[in-house]
Write a protein that binds this ligand. Sequence first.
Ligand code: IMP
Length: 177
Amino acid sequence: MHKDIKEILYTEEEIKAKCDELAKQIDQDYAGQEILLVGLLKGSVPFMAELAKHLKSDVKFDFMSVSSYSGVESKTLVVRQDIKEDIRGKNVLIVEDILDTGKTLYNVKEMLEKRHAKSVKIVTLLDKEEGRVFDMKADYSGFKIPNAFVVGYGLDFNERYRQLPYIGVLKEDCYKK
Ligand code: IMP
């Protein structure tokens, strides 16, 4: 275990098993239709890669990079990199690492819905329900977690720890100094 990690919440094996479970549910719901997976950079990359390996549906990959500022203005979404695909009439499944206040997904979903997709749904690996400020629910969520700062499996603190193969709670002195 990395020295900055206080506790491992989910191991690589548990995450893989969860991806398999989520994929089965997704395959069933889309019943043979094509899905465009839209990963939110950078945190969703390891999760999207693992999830996709378990999906039997036809999928395409696209990515988007956004930042939603935590200022007073609730709808400030800055799109740094947009998707390349025209999503009109398509099934879009937004892939996110963690759902916290809900601000990012609320704004991204609204933006993509305006482009006349057939459907826009959300899959998140982690869900911090206690942090919710926006009325936002994931259609598929892996693990519900308590209100702790977690890293690994794509999640970072100042761009670090994304490569850890597990989800762990970061020691407080690593982000409070
Ligand atoms: P939301 O817009 O508040 O739902 O936040 C979603 C984003 O906040 C995620 O994509 C992460 O980048 C970040 N985030 C929220 N909680 C954590 C955490 O515990 N560890 C790392 N990043 C987090």
